[in-house]
Structure formats: structure tokens, C-alpha cells
Ligand binder design. Sequence first.
Ligand SMILES: NC(=O)c1ccc[n+]([C@@H]2O[C@H](COP(=O)([O-])OP(=O)(O)OC[C@H]3O[C@@H](n4cnc5c(N)ncnc54)[C@H](OP(=O)(O)O)[C@@H]3O)[C@@H](O)[C@H]2O)c1
Length: 430
Amino acid sequence: MKPLKVALLGCGNVGSEVARLLVEQADDLTARIGNPVQLAGIAVRRPNKHPDVPAELLTADVWSLVNSDIDMVVEVIGGIEPARSLLLAALRSGKSVVSANKALLAEHAGELFAAADGSGADLYFEAAVAGAIPLLRPLRESLAGDRITRVMGIVNGTTNFILSAMDETGAGYAEALEEASRLGYAEADPTADVDGYDAASKAAILASLAFHTRVTAANVYREGISAVTAADIAAARALGRTIKLLAICERAVDDDGTESITVRVHPAMIPRSHPLASVGGAFNAVFVEADAAGQLMFYGQGAGGAPTASAVLGDLVAVARNLVVGGRGPGESAYAALPVRPISRANTRYHVSLDVADRAGVLSTVASVFAMHDVSIAAVRQQGRGTDASLVIVTHSAPDAALRSTVDKVAGMSVVRDVVSVMRVEGEEL
Ligand SMILES: NC(=O)c1ccc[n+]([C@@H]2O[C@H](COP(=O)([O-])OP(=O)(O)OC[C@H]3O[C@@H](n4cnc5c(N)ncnc54)[C@H](OP(=O)(O)O)[C@@H]3O)[C@@H](O)[C@H]2O)c1
């Protein structure tokens, strides 16, 4: 049997593990695919930095490798260019692609799928979201007969590590970030993680698959965790809640039956009893709700060389099997083309913690502002006296814009000395 030739682009954290597994598991992979797979070459920027890789496999000329006589490309370079041009060229010439590149898929899935459709090649990217966790295949294939209503999860290990540390130790954000960097959980430049860009890319990919709609990172409302304070964490704790950075993709139906979706990434309070609350450290977990299936939860290692390589290898086997039998995996499914609602029209719930004047009638004065904005209050806690007087309000769900203007109005009231914490609330309705 003629071996299927694989070009590996990138040999860093993920690529080096893909290369190792391809060699170590060669016999098993052959048996599972029904055909041997051959690593035809590995492209890197600096070949001299890879003494462990057989020299005859290494090249700094990534274009020659992609244009050579190969059957598929595994891209673990990262970033938009040159990855985008390389993968478009590969797909246009009929070479199937496996990629772990969330940034690329969140921006350019449309043109990559179009190139794949044009030549009949495959495009798989399980490793782009939540590392080792099988999540995209269930959305694309296992749940293809169901109607997904919601996908909500923790998809960024760095921010989860930081928020877990803040929750466990009472540390502030800066201190917890420093600890994450020291332990290798945060990059030297943590912007993509802490400002929510990484999670927003993943949310775009999840929403596209869940709702059969093309969603890009630009459609995702994004708030990172750098504004989360120790006071927010303490306020959550006092209510039996914890704070997580969540990626939330929801289907919304208006009274007239018109459907749309919301896709957002922001910190939120969830009950400590919620399954996502116990997802600690660098782990990822994603909840999927579908009409017929009900609730599903996917949990595991969301990053790291070997876990991510596991997902890449799974895709590689799928592509290789398709090549052996002459079939194709699923292409882009964007037929529903649902409009994406702005955050202002997303229904959310708020937790608002206020320092207030110790005066009779404060609660009713504040409550009247909520009523004025059509925001109904689910729970109130009033405590302390004198300069310690505080008011904690948790709302029922309302359009985010109404909640925001309520908080703005409340912040300007003379009876309110300080707005201590404002946080969206997810999980069960109070
Ligand atoms: N690391 C994870 O835990 C993880 C998890 C999920 C998904 N991913 C995704 O997987 C991809 C790779 O991540 P990584 O952590 O493995 O990155 P990495 O450690 O930085 O490795 C990148 C590799 O790509 C090579 N490279 C960069 N630019 C190149 C170019 N223009 N031509 C040829 N080779 C080039 C680098 O070569 P040199 O070695 O010579 O510099 C390096 O080997 C990214 O898309 C990332 O988002 C990573």
C-alpha cells in the first residue's frame, strides 16, 4: 500500500507531540486507518533549534513542503499569516488540512471551507477549541440531527487558573496573574488570554457549528478578566457563587418567532453547585443544551502539547480514512445564517453590590430605578449599619442594555456611596 504522506507545519508545543505520536503509534495508526501514514517533512522557522528531529525531515522552506507530493497538511504554526495562505494553497490543490489554529478558523473559516469545497478536500480543526476535549466533532456530527439551543463553557485555561487562584486565596487579579506566569500558565504577553480574545475565537467557532451560521470573532461580545476584583470574588462567595470567564452562545427566539443568536465572552457569577464551578486550574469544560439530547457536558484538558496533539491525531485519522475510502468529512454548514444580536439585546442577569447611605427608604428608592428600567429584582440583601451599610441586588433576566442603564442611574444616586461590584450572573434563575 502506498503510504499517505503528511506534511507537518510547526514543531513547537503541539507539533513536536504530533511528530512523536505519529512515530510511536505508527503500527496502530496503520491498522486503524487501513493504510500506512508517512511523515513527509516538518517545516519550522529555525531548523537548528530542533536537534531531536531527524535532519532529513526538517525544512525552513514551508512553501516547498506544502507544494510537494503530499496528501495532507497538519498546521500547528498558529497566527493568521502565513498559515492562511499556506492552507488555502493546500486546500485548492486538493490536499486535506488538519489545523489547531483557533485564530485562523475564527476569522477565515468561510474562505478555507470554500477552498476545500472547490477541490473536494477535507478541513478538520478539533484541536482549535478546548484542546483534547472532543467537542467540535460532537457538534458537527453527533448532534447534527438535533437543535442546539445553548453552548456555555470555560474554554481558556489561563483565565480559569487566575480566577480559581483568586477564589481560593483571596488574591487580587495582578497577584494571581503573576503566579500564573511564574507557573507557566500565562504567556509572557497574556493579552490574548486575559482580555478574552482567545475565548472569543473559540466562541465564534462553537457558535458557527452549533447554529449553522457563519460567526467570526468580530461578532463576539468580549470582556476579559482584568477588571475582576477581589471585591467581586468576595461578593460572589457571600452568595454561594464563584466567578468564571464564560463563552456563551445562545439561540434567542422573539415573540414573532424570529430566531437570532448571541455570542459573548465575559466573566460571570455561577452558583458553586453548578458543574462548571468545580472546573479548576487549567481545565476546560463546555455545557451543550439541545432540544432532544438535553444537557451534555464535555470536560478535560483544554491545552498542552500532548492533549492538543491527541485531538490533532484524531483528525488526522479521520482525514486519512476519508482518503482511503474516497469520501469526505462534513464541510461548512452555514445555511441557517441567523443574525447575531448585539450584547445590548442579549438577555442577562446582573448582580449589583452597593455601599449605601444608612437611611430609611434607601432600598425602595434604589428598587424604583430598577422598576423604571423594567428590570425585575430576584433577590435583595441589605446589611450593616452606618458606613458599612450595603445593598446586594440580583436581577431576573432583562436586556443587557436595560441592566446597564439601571446600574449607571443607580451609581449617580445620592444615597449610593459606591458601586462595589457589578457582575453578570449565569446558572439557575433565582
Ligand atoms: N499549545 C497549546 O496548548 C495549544 C492548544 C490548542 C491549540 N493550540 C494551537 O496550536 C498551534 C501551535 O501552538 P504551539 O503552542 O505548538 O506553538 P509554538 O510552540 O509557538 O510552535 C509554533 C511552531 O511553528 C513554527 N513556525 C512558526 N512560524 C512559522 C513559519 N512561518 N514557517 C514555518 N514554521 C513556523 C515554529 O518554528 P520554530 O520552532 O523554528 O520557531 C514552531 O515550531 C496554534 O495555532 C495554537 O493556537 C495550541
